[in-house]
Write a protein that binds this ligand. Structure first.
Ligand SMILES: [Zn+2]
Length: 335
């Protein structure tokens, strides 16, 4: 087990009163320390421009480096330090992927800024460079097939875009329907050779634990087993938690930890434990920190006690969504 972290991730600032704030990572570090889990911390090197160019245009990279301070899209603010910290976040993501692949162990990259909304030539939704997409691309000469699972409450449009026509990188997202960024409908399944290698599970407001368990059992588990990846990566946003006010899904902390453990189990079963987790969103500090710590603890045989464990979705409000996903995806997978 290894943690990837750099002090500079705490220095990244959006504008004032922004939900994507340094306190998010501070809360995680504090909780991990309190549980004596803050060890095996690896400090990454910054990514190179060449690495970032695997997913972004050179012109856009220069824009992030050279633009004056201010908003670069309606949600994302640029400061003088943003470029160098974002390069270190990409570097952290690459390091996590390498360590997970080479050492066959769980790597947890505690990154800021997040990345899954960033597209080739634009920032979006608090993201500048797409950390997980770039990390997956740097592994292309080693891992033949990579599965990316994205349980952030927002659809990872940037990551989906990067691999939409790609049959070697499977992208599966659970998210809330009709909120930012507006993409991620069930009918978005990939294009050309990549058809069937994008799987979207857009839940309605209110879906929680039982819906996610069903998604895992009926869709994620069988698709991953058939895809048979060499490595599994997770875009971990904890903003589908019921305490998180940026959206309306109702996953509990235990639901999140169970979901992560379920995916981790698949990585151990299928790809020798090659498993890397990359922090994306999650704005309610107490759930964010206990989910990350709870998962990391459980990979080391520890049972961390969780506070936010109310379960409102007991029956699986998302059943209709999952049925439609199955109807669409059974053209590509045995479901
Ligand atoms: Zn999010």
């Amino acid at each position: 087990m290894v943690l990837i972290f750099d002090e500079s991730y705490l220095e990244h600032q959006q504008n004032y009163m922004h939900p994507e704030r340094p306190e998010r990572l501070e809360a995680i570090v504090e909780k991990m320390r309190a549980e004596s889990l803050w060890n095996n911390v690896v400090k990454p090197e910054p990514a190179t421009v060449e690495d970032v160019m695997l997913n972004h245009s050179e012109r856009y990279i220069r824009r992030i480096r050279d633009s004056p301070e201010g908003y670069i899209d309606p949600d994302t603010y640029l400061r003088k330090k943003t470029y160098s910290i974002a390069m270190k976040a990409v570097g952290g993501a690459i390091k996590a992927a390498e360590m997970a692949y080479e050492k066959k162990e769980t790597s947890l990259a505690l990154l800021r800024p997040p990345g899954h909304h960033a597209v080739e030539s634009s920032s979006m939704g608090f993201c500048y460079f797409n950390n997980i997409a770039i990390a997956a691309m740097t592994m292309a000469d080693k891992a033949q097939r990579i599965a990316i699972i994205d349980p952030d409450v927002h659809h990872g449009n940037g990551t989906q875009d990067s691999f939409y026509a790609n049959e070697d990188i499977l992208y599966i997202s659970t998210h809330q329907r009709y909120i930012f960024p507006g993409t991620g409908s069930i009918s978005e399944v990939g294009s050309g050779k990549g058809k069937g290698f994008t799987v979207n599970i857009p839940f309605d407001n209110g879906c929680g634990d039982a819906s996610y368990e069903m998604a895992m059992e009926k869709v994620i588990h069988p698709v991953i087993k058939q895809f048979n990846p060499d490595m599994i990566m997770v875009s971990l946003g904890t903003d589908a938690h019921y305490e998180d006010l940026l959206a309306g899904l109702n996953l509990s902390s235990k639901g999140y930890v169970d979901l992560l453990n379920g995916i981790h189990g698949l990585a151990r079963e299928i790809c020798h434990g090659r498993f890397a987790v990359f922090l994306e969103g999650g704005y309610a500090l107490s759930p964010l920190s206990e989910i990350v710590t709870g998962f990391y603890g459980s990979t080391q045989g520890r049972d961390i006690s969780l506070k936010h464990t109310d379960i409102s979705d007991k029956k699986g409000l998302g059943m209709a969504t999952i049925r439609s996903v199955l109807d669409t995806q059974k053209k590509y997978w045995d479901l």
